[in-house]
Design a protein around this ligand. Structure first.
Ligand SMILES: Nc1ncnc2c1ncn2[C@@H]1O[C@H](COP(=O)(O)OP(=O)(O)O)[C@@H](O)[C@H]1O
Ligand SMILES: [Mg+2]
Length: 248
């Protein structure tokens, strides 16, 4: 087995579909037969909870990546493993500030390496801010997928995110935007159509088709699973696009 790529789902705005992207793209990669690991780096632990792991009960979890301890991977289903959030993850930013030998944003880049032998794709879910956890995730990734709603404020927020990616080039010059996902899209709203056009102009081929706003996402989220039926086709297509990229 050889690691092909590490992808972070990231955007400093909350509620835009980062966790949804990790769960559904992860399920689609696993369905395509790829050994996939999902890492929950959000202290709020929605990915972990969604998949049935309670952060106050998880022993170790993704926190260990910052504590120089070996991590214990948990299997979720065929080809799909999870490194969930442990309650201590919330302290990582403080710990890093206090004890920062190797540079505060490149810890994960080092500690994720032992996991590369067992997986082809690693997807990292990040918190809704630009704190150390997010910077470490981006510092360890070759690619970032950015979910973004078709709202003016969200597009403005993307400019700040793009600047962060530029700053990160200092620690990780191979980081690249893999895809931008216009999420929770309502095609009948003119304002959303206009903003989609802006995103398509700004991101070109990287801008994926809009992901429609569907109540099934809320249901799937509550039940801790990927979406099913026609809605899952979106993620099968995205997985095919990701697989087609190959490694770098
Ligand atoms: N396409 C969609 N249509 C409707 N609801 C969605 C869609 N994508 C995500 N959601 C819902 O929106 C909420 C926020 O999504 P989530 O993935 O948790 O965002 P983030 O991780 O960025 O905070 C969740 O309740 C999720 O189920
Ligand atoms: Mg989330």
């Amino acid at each position: 087995m050889e690691l092909i790529m590490i992808i972070s789902a990231s955007n400093q705005k909350g509620g835009v579909g980062k966790t949804t992207t990790v769960i559904n793209l992860g399920a689609a990669l696993a369905a395509a037969g790829k050994e996939t690991l999902l890492i929950d780096l959000d202290p709020q632990g929605s990915l972990s909870q969604g998949l049935g792991f309670q952060p106050d009960k998880v022993i170790g979890g993704s926190y260990e990546l910052f504590a120089n301890k070996p991590v214990e991977i948990l299997w979720h289903s065929e080809n799909l493993a999870v490194l969930p959030t442990n309650i201590n993850l919330a302290d990582v930013s403080n710990d890093i500030v206090k004890n920062n030998k190797h540079g505060p944003t490149s810890i994960l880049k080092r500690t994720i390496k032992p996991l590369a032998a067992d997986f082809e794709y690693i997807l990292i879910d990040t918190p809704p801010n630009l704190d150390y956890l997010t910077l470490n995730a981006l510092g360890a990734s070759q690619y970032v997928i950015i979910p973004c709603q078709c709202q003016l404020a969200a597009v403005r927020g993307l400019e700040l995110f793009a600047r962060t990616l530029e700053d990160l080039a200092e620690i990780n010059d191979s980081l690249e935007v893999l895809a931008l996902i216009p999420t929770m899209y309502t095609a009948s709203r003119k304002i959303e159509q206009d903003i989609l056009t802006i995103l398509q102009n700004d991101y070109g081929d990287k801008c994926r088709p809009p992901l429609p706003d569907r109540v099934e996402y809320l249901r799937a989220n509550a039940e801790g699973r990927a979406v099913s039926g026609d809605l899952f086709d979106y993620w099968i297509d995205l997985a095919a696009f990701v697989i087609g990229k190959g490694g770098k």
